[in-house]
Design a binder for this molecule. Sequence first.
Ligand code: UT7
Length: 323
Amino acid sequence: MTIRAVVKGVGHYLPARVVPNSEFESFLDTSDEWIKSRSGIERRHFAAEDETTSDLATNAAQNALKDAGIRIEDVDAIIVATSTADLTFPSAATMVQANLGMTKGFAFDVQAVCAGFVFALANANALIVSGQAKTALVIGAETFSRILNWEDRTTCVLFGDGAGALILQADDGEGTNADRGVLATDLNSDGRYRDILYVDGGVSTKTTGHLKMEGKEVFRHAVDKLAQTAHTSLDKLGLTGDDVDWIVPHQANIRIIKGTAKKMKVPMERVVVTVQDHGNTSAASIPLALSVGKANGQIKQGDLVVTEAIGGGLAWGSVVLRW
Ligand code: UT7
């Protein structure tokens, strides 16, 4: 018998305010046409002034709990992947814990920027298979609108706010690829590339800072590293792109998504794409896409799902799971 961390529920939350590309045309030298053709993004959601990352995360968590039919009393770990927590400390995860009325177990944040949800999922899986948690709430939540430079057309048109959440629970498996749950993970980072995507502020520099990105350089790394990490995870299971029902990629750019799917030899009909509606929501993008993919009937129980993401660090990784 093998312990597996199985998906029991999924949910998401998007702030009410929808911002179409055309809104940027009023204060920047940009166009809907440029944004759409270079990134695939058509609109994104921005949080209200008084809405924080833990608010978005809490709403997504409530939807995931409802979907799973699980009470908060049965959750023993909350992991929030975010780079935009409400406060320097405590973690956004402990705020979500309090919001949900959970008074036992433990909660912490994971910070691996756009790869954060993949890192959080791998951590939750490790906690469950090692017996340290039975039921984990894994959330990706961001308010990137707070760290954008509205005068920098090369970055501010690309990002959005949102949250997605998964409930993972320990189940007995047979130890084969037919088991439901997380089957393989692969995590990587290389700090030599920290200067191509970063925020130029933080606690020790006494500023909040703004997001800075050398988009072309990140793009160049993205397709290679994403295909490589997905193959590494699949190789661990003796599987290939042919076995994959759904790629649920980090949603940064439709050209990166297409390029990675091509390298993996998976047709776009088997890729969940939400970038047009959400923009790049960093650590929230994969759980948002999982939730939308399930809600619109794409992802079904038993499907083999590959998630892959890359972001600041650089940090990148993948998780293969059977839904
Ligand atoms: O989530 C973390 C991972 N992040 C990513 O994966 C993002 C990776 N990078 C990208 O998605 C793309 O590189 C971008 C979408 C950021 C940019 O696309 P690109 O095809 O690499 O464009 P570029 O940076 O080469 O810019 C092409 C031109 C430039 O003008 P010149 O130098 O050719 O005259 C830019 O100044 O487009 C210009 N440009 C814009 N024009 C209109 C840059 N931003 C804009 C804009 N509107 N918003």
